[in-house]
Design a protein around this ligand. Structure first.
Ligand SMILES: Cc1cc2nc3c(=O)[nH]c(=O)nc-3n(C[C@H](O)[C@H](O)[C@H](O)COP(=O)(O)OP(=O)(O)OC[C@H]3O[C@@H](n4cnc5c(N)ncnc54)[C@H](O)[C@@H]3O)c2cc1C
Ligand SMILES: NC(=O)c1ccc[n+]([C@@H]2O[C@H](COP(=O)([O-])OP(=O)(O)OC[C@H]3O[C@@H](n4cnc5c(N)ncnc54)[C@H](O)[C@@H]3O)[C@@H](O)[C@H]2O)c1
Length: 453
């Protein structure tokens, strides 16, 4: 069979775009198939529009404390509709930019949903119909189809929003119930609260952000509650009733919450619908496509990267996996991705960022006696005049035997920016003595990291 493409990429999101452009730069003939908008989750309905909403949602508090800095503002009003429309405009600009970049890199964009017809061929469908003229053949195929939000299995779940829907609203109602305690639930609870919405957040466990350093998640929790977000622990959703704009969410404990909208932020799952993996012989591990350290599936010329592999579901990870695949297969530069030291942030308010092992993981791995924890908890100088706002928490986890920093964590202003830089030090194997030798930059929040005793 003829193989006109060296590579067919399924999905033009973070991983697929990065892989397609890198493979083309190595001289490969590449087609990328996208059923929705080029840019994928991060650009269209994830990181980018989310962070823009975070920026917008920070203003209300800044305006509230402005008088303590001598700035008198009257008649300030929040118009979430304007913010949402501006965010969508920026998303449109980035979508066009990514389409343009594909053309500039010589990657052929095929619009439609890809579906395997054999291990080397993909049919493309548009509006539910397969375009027979567009069966693509490729020597290599990369599956980069990402994930989708997962709704809980409760009656009326379809009445709730998932994160995708949040960006398409024209305004937000006065009262919203957020279900979940992970990244998306915490980020949107804070965005909505910042935009003046009354937020009730239902958490099925007893704390937010499971899997993060416990002390840090408690600091976020205290900060969010301090702002007025109504956190309800031990609450499981049971049913959703009503109509758009006028909903009642009942919980298994018998509570009923009336609200204008419900955000179901209850996790994401790999999006495998319509891929017809059987025709390619690709096997699944549970709900994800499992790959080896070279991003290869059980079929040697079929690879997968990003959220569909459900490893670390973050944009920079998907991008690096895509590029490592392309460098290895088409660039004669074999390399594997290091998934061990991936910094991450929750853009909640207060913000949390982290790199390396949590205190709990360090103790599990090395034992309590070998782990020393340094922490600083304080109100930052930015809060001195307003006399309000959550406290910062900075934390270093150190291996007593080697003095190496195992984890560096922070809740507070600019946490993500600070931890991004700290992650370089950790990747280089920094010790506590290295941090201590570093002169503090004063007055900053992060200087505490180099003065902890
Ligand atoms: C609300 C939200 C906020 C986020 N914030 C952050 C953040 O701040 N930082 C961060 O690092 N990560 C964040 N993420 C996670 C990040 O967006 C993902 O990890 C990343 O986009 C994964 O990239 P991907 O290439 O695997 O998949 P995606 O970006 O999801 O791209 C997959 C693409 O494949 C397409 N597709 C699916 N099936 C087919 C098919 N059969 N044929 C053709 N095309 C197909 C889809 O339409 C999609 O465009 C966030 C996610 C969400 C939902
Ligand atoms: N800042 C960032 O980097 C960022 C932001 C958003 C999303 N993401 C990525 O997207 C992924 C998905 O985010 P997410 O927040 O949807 O998932 P998550 O896994 O972080 O959180 C899901 C939450 O839903 C709860 N939950 C699940 N099923 C439930 C049910 N039936 N009833 C009640 N609660 C239920 C879980 O207990 C958990 O608190 C993240 O893991 C992350 O990789 C990253």
């Amino acid at each position: 069979m003829e193989h006109p493409f060296d590579l067919i990429v399924l999905g033009a999101g973070s991983g697929g775009l990065a892989a397609a452009k890198r493979a083309a730069s190595h001289g490969a003939k590449v087609a990328i198939v996208e059923g929705d908008r080029v840019g994928g989750t991060c650009v269209i309905r994830g990181c980018v529009p989310k962070k823009l909403l975070v920026y917008g949602s920070l203003y209300r508090e800044q305006l509230e404390v402005a008088p303590s800095f001598g700035v008198e503002l009257s008649d300030a009003r929040i118009n979430a509709g304007v913010l949402l429309a501006n965010v969508r405009q920026e998303v449109d600009r980035l979508n066009a930019l990514h389409i343009d970049l594909l053309a500039k890199n010589g990657v052929e964009l095929v619009t439609g949903w890809g579906s395997f017809t054999s291990p080397n061929s993909v049919a493309v469908s548009r509006n539910g119909a397969i375009d027979a003229s567009q069966e693509l053949h490729g020597d290599h195929i990369l599956i980069a189809v990402g994930g989708r939000p997962h709704r809980p299995d409760i009656p009326g779940a379809e009445l709730g929003w998932v994160s995708d829907d949040m960006f398409m609203q024209s305004s937000f109602p006065d009262r919203v119930v957020v279900v979940g305690a992970g990244f998306i639930a915490c980020e949107f609870a804070c965005i909505l609260h910042g935009l003046g919405v009354e937020v009730i957040q239902l958490v099925r466990g007893d704390h937010l952000l499971r899997g993060f350093d416990r002390e840090l998640s408690t600091a976020v929790q205290d900060g969010m509650q301090g702002k007025g977000i109504d956190l309800r622990f031990g609450e499981n959703p049971a049913a959703l009733k009503g109509q758009p704009g006028d909903l009642v969410l009942s919980t298994q404990s018998g509570e009923r919450f009336s609200c204008g909208g419900v955000l179901l932020a209850t996790g994401r799952r790999p999006f495998l619908q319509g891929l017809n993996l059987d025709a390619a012989g690709v096997v699944l591990e549970g709900r994800r496509i499992s790959v080896d350290a070279n991003q290869s599936t059980n079929i040697p010329h079929i690879f997968a990267v990003g959220d569909v592999t459900d490893r670390i579901n973050l944009t920079p990870v998907a991008i690096d996996e895509g590029r490592a695949f392309a460098d290895s297969v088409f660039g004669q530069k074999p390399r594997q991705v290091n998934h061990d030291l991936v910094a991450s942030a929750v853009f909640s308010q207060p913000e949390l960022a982290t790199v390396g092992l949590t205190e709990e993981q360090s103790i599990d791995r090395y034992g309590k006696d070998q782990v020393k924890v340094y922490r600083a908890r304080f109100r930052s100088m930015a809060q001195a005049l307003p006399k309000r706002g959550p406290r910062c928490l900075l934390k270093l986890i150190v291996d007593r035997n080697t003095d190496r920093i195992l984890g560096c964590h922070m809740v507070g202003e600019h946490a993500a920016e600070i931890i991004q830089m700290a992650s370089i030090a950790l990747a280089m194997g920094a010790t506590k003595a290295d941090f201590d030798r570093t002169m503090a930059l004063h007055p900053t929040v992060s200087e505490e990291f180099v003065t902890m005793t």
